[in-house]
Design a protein around this ligand. Structure first.
Ligand code: NAD
Length: 358
């Protein structure tokens, strides 16, 4: 069989080492020749930022961080960066914090060094997101890709176990959606498969032994791979749905991804045999859905969108916004009818297997 594809690999330095973030950041700030560093970390991330910044002298600390980056929050951070003549942004925190740094970089071109503390993976993508009037807009721009990512599993120790699980499954969603996203190719599929393997081995260890670094390192490594695969392959059906649930209904990002994923997998898998086989092998399971569901049981993962305040009455609005955005290349044809059924099952936490024969 011939192999033809067009793949773009994004350029970024990755420094990985438990307990090494402060040292790695100091080295990077020096290497980049930065003189005026703006450190972005929310209030609950401040202690981590203090530790990570022990070897540098920030010119500005910024703690106004809001999930999905409201435009007005981005504008205030941009003005502060301009006022202080900032030449390097350092984000220490989850995807919301990385997202604010990206919003500043988008209009100023100031480089970012990202120090992630969840498994969201934003640090490894050139995708930005902003929210205005309850509508989330995303775009792709290489200016927002952090020049360097510093991973340190000790920074994820304080992440509560339930949030670690949900965030890790957000990474898993990047992997699985990458297998059928519009620019899916053999390279991002290989990264996604290794991401599934690492996350499915690491997350149960995080759950069983939250203080042990071994599982957290595997999960962080898997989260990075998941994001690289996602950045390359683009958003598939799963991400288009979650984007609306987060941006318009303000549902929590990681928990929403963790809840919706088995439903999209159950819906698409019968029409995507190659992706299904690959994911099953990476899970070490007979089929991909059993692999994911087995992992979710072990992790006691989020189960129903209703648990996060989503109501069945809102399904038509999600369908109205999400349906036109779902790629035409999705393995199974998506209609208003079957999308409503997928969302209804995810709302109440029904058995995802009911969707395979839709
Ligand atoms: P988050 O950044 O909102 O963090 C959730 C909560 O956990 C926050 O209160 C945060 O302060 C806290 N927290 C973070 N790390 C912690 C730690 N180690 N210990 C204790 N508390 C900690 O959530 P998230 O899921 O990481 O990120 C979600 C956001 O990231 C969304 O806006 C999403 O759209 C965006 N995102 C973007 C991309 C992209 O490629 N652009 C990819 C993934 C996610």
């Amino acid at each position: 069989m011939t192999l033809v594809f067009d793949h773009l690999t994004l350029g970024q330095r990755v420094l990985f080492g438990t307990g090494r973030a402060a040292e790695n950041l100091a080295t990077e700030v020096q290497r980049l020749g930065a003189r005026k560093v703006m450190v972005i970390a929310s209030g609950s991330e401040a202690a981590m930022a203090d530790a990570v910044c022990a070897g540098i002298e920030p010119a500005l600390r910024w703690d106004e961080v809001v999930m999905h980056v409201p435009v007005e929050v981005a504008e205030r951070a941009r003005s502060a960066a301009a006022q202080h003549r900032i030449d390097l942004l350092v984000s220490v925190g989850g995807g919301s914090t990385t997202g604010l740094a990206k919003a500043v970089a988008l209009t100023t071109g100031i480089p970012i060094v990202a120090v992630p503390t969840t498994y969201a993976g934003s640090e490894a993508t050139n995708v930005w997101g902003l929210t205005e009037s309850a509508r989330k807009t995303t775009g792709v721009d290489d200016r927002v890709l952090p020049v360097t990512v510093i991973y340190d599993a000790s920074l994820t120790l304080s992440l509560p176990t339930d949030l670690s699980v949900a965030s890790g499954l957000n990474g898993m969603a990047h992997c699985i959606d990458s297998l059928w996203a519009p620019r899916a190719d053999p390279i991002n599929a290989a990264l996604a498969a290794e991401g599934i393997r690492a996350l499915s081995r690491g997350l149960p260890l995080v759950k069983a032994e939250p203080e042990n670094f071994g599982g957290r390192e595997q999960a962080l490594y898997g989260a990075y791979l998941s994001a690289v695969a996602f950045a390359s392959a683009g958003s598939g059906m799963h991400h288009k749905i979650c984007h609306v649930l987060g941006g318009t209904f303000n549902l929590p990002h990681a928990q929403t991804h963790a809840t919706v994923l088995p439903y999209v997998l159950a819906f698409n898998a019968p029409a995507a045999p190659e992706a299904e086989t690959r994911a099953a092998a990476a899970f070490g399971a007979g089929n991909a859905l059993d692999g994911l569901n087995g992992l979710r049981d072990t992790l006691d993962a989020p189960r129903a969108l209703a648990d996060y305040g989503f109501r069945k009455e809102d399904i038509p609005e999600v369908v109205r916004i999400a349906l036109p955005a779902i790629p035409a290349s999705n393995p199974r044809k998506v209609t208003a009818g079957n999308l409503s059924t997928v969302l209804a099952a995810a709302t109440t936490g029904d058995d995802p297997k009911t969707l395979t024969d839709l």
